[in-house]
Ligand binder design. Sequence first.
Ligand code: ATP
Ligand code: MG
Length: 359
Amino acid sequence: MMNETLTNMAESPDFCYPDIPFHAIVEQSLAGIYILQDECFQYVNVTFAEMLGYSPEEMTGLSLQALVPPDFLDNVLDRYHKRLRGDPPSMRFVSRGMHKDGHVVSIEVHGSRMTYRGRPAVVGVGIDVTERLQREEELRESRAQLQALTAHINTVREDQRAKIARDLHDVLGGMLTSMKMDVTRIVRRARTREMKEIASGLMQLTKETIDTVRKLSEELRPSVLDHLGLQVAIERELAAFSKRFGIDAVCESGGIKMILSSKQATWVYRIFQQALNNIASHSGATQVRVRLNFGETELDMEITDNGCGIDPLRSTIGSMGILSMRQRASELGGSLELGPGGNGGTKLELTVPLLGRTG
Ligand SMILES: Nc1ncnc2c1ncn2[C@@H]1O[C@H](COP(=O)(O)OP(=O)(O)OP(=O)(O)O)[C@@H](O)[C@H]1O
Ligand SMILES: [Mg+2]
């Protein structure tokens, strides 16, 4: 609308600008300004010329062919002729220019069709966005690297947990079982009252140690996940959670159970555990509902609590739990949403595609 008005005003022979020193404004403008006609620069201000390492005198008269990198020339010529045809009359895009010293400069231009010396031309404004684009690219790269690093840490941590869980269970568990057998013999052979007391105390301690090792091993890597699958692992963990924290918990599941890859099952289970940790630490909830649905193409998990609700601002600052949940969801090609639960609490929704598995 604004452009149309300017074009109409500029092309109207009756229109007289008020007494404004346009020339001085254009010459001092911090944005580059140019006029293109016959595929050549008919006018450039100092700023535009300097973007490409020229003085206005040097640059005036140079063609697009001389100033645009060859691999981008067709693009620029196409846009130039489209504007001359009025299709569309005005365009904004990031163009590329060849600096006098040979490096490529990115210039965001906004050029419109106007009449110059009685013939159609493109009059435009441009700003150098080379640095901005470089910074954006660097930011994209470092985000991608950060994601790759987080994914790597998740995998390494999971592998280490599984290894320590196995060692605890097989090695330490095996040693403790042998100890228990020996202690059983000591108990049987203890003759004095004092020896009997010591031996039965030792037996009690051995049994407790075996239990502790088993628990530690399960916490590190629930064997039920490998043997009985995700749904059973979730149901058991939820029941233990309910007992530990005195929070009512229900689990509903539906659909046809699909066999998940080890990574899919583990990652979903870790997201579930992290969500339960948050409910216990932050929500003050008295009820938790978990819904697990195996669809034909995706797995959906919904965890709702009736607690205080999540503060969207606090949930994004300096916390690793939600970040790690999102990272795991994205590694599975899925999505994770956190928001109000409808009953004042919080709802977590995880969707993981089951076709074209990731791991
Ligand atoms: N179910 C919930 N109910 C209410 N608030 C929640 C819930 N889940 C998360 N939050 C809020 O979101 C914040 C971020 O959670 P997140 O798990 O990312 O970090 P954290 O639990 O504070 O720390 P950690 O890095 O140890 O997990 C929490 O501090 C809490 O304020
Ligand atoms: Mg947390």
